[in-house]
Design a protein around this ligand. Structure first.
Ligand code: BEZ
Length: 209
């Protein structure tokens, strides 16, 4: 069965462009953003992998390690990384799994046969420091992802955890957040009397943190 939000991230060992890894030992006490791309030396994938590399410092600032994956050989990965650097100056300086036997792609539901039987879809898994899957994105082969959104949801997950609040539509850092709604009549009365938050009604209150 495909992993779902709230599941422990399945463990695996894999060969990557940074050497062998065992996922359960990787990025201890950090968040991990793990993403797949359909194939090396393809145009959309090149823009996406470059996008991760260009904004790697922003992931680092969010205590997050990156890890890519495609169903390609390690030789293909190395040649592509070198080619992208030669042609564009961008260095894909994060591990990219060479998943030739499709083991990890199948384990994570990145191989979706009605889209492609041989190439991983564009998946993004957001995994917290306890190795729990917190958010999953799937994009098809022909549409690239949005790096602003990938960073936004990572920041939103972390902000929600830290402040025990929920995150509204189109939130970005600095915007108001949603105070968890009351669960009892007493809490409802208290919320109705609360003058510290922007209240639409007792169940929809926002505040700045
Ligand atoms: C691309 O990255 O451009 C791509 C990869 C596989 C299928 C279609 C497009």
């Amino acid at each position: 069965m495909m992993p779902r939000i709230g599941d422990q991230a399945p463990d695996f060992e894999a060969v990557t462009t940074k050497g062998k890894i065992k996922f359960s030992d990787y990025a201890k006490d950090k968040w991990v953003v793990m993403f797949s791309h359909p194939a090396d030396f393809t145009p959309v994938c090149t823009t996406e992998m470059s996008g991760f590399a260009i904004r790697k410092d922003e992931f680092t600032a969010l205590n997050t390690e990156l890890i890519g994956l495609s169903i390609d050989s390690i030789h293909s990965h190395l040649a592509w990384v070198n080619n992208v650097r030669e042609k564009t100056g961008v260095y894909l300086d994060f591990p990219i799994i060479a998943d030739l036997d499709m083991k990890v792609a199948k384990l994570y539901g990145m191989l979706q046969p009605n889209e492609s039987e041989t190439a991983a879809v564009r998946a993004v898994f957001f995994i917290d420091p306890s190795k729990k899957i917190r958010l999953i994105m799937y994009y098809p082969l022909n549409v690239g992802r949005n790096m602003d959104e990938i960073l936004r949801v990572l920041e939103a997950l972390q902000f929600s955890d830290e402040h025990k609040v929920a995150i509204p539509l189109n939130w970005k850092k600095g915007d108001k957040v949603i105070v968890p709604p009351p669960k009892t009549l007493d809490e409802m009365e208290a919320r109705l009397a609360d003058t510290t938050c922007e209240r639409t009604d007792f169940y929809l209150c926002k505040k700045t943190i």
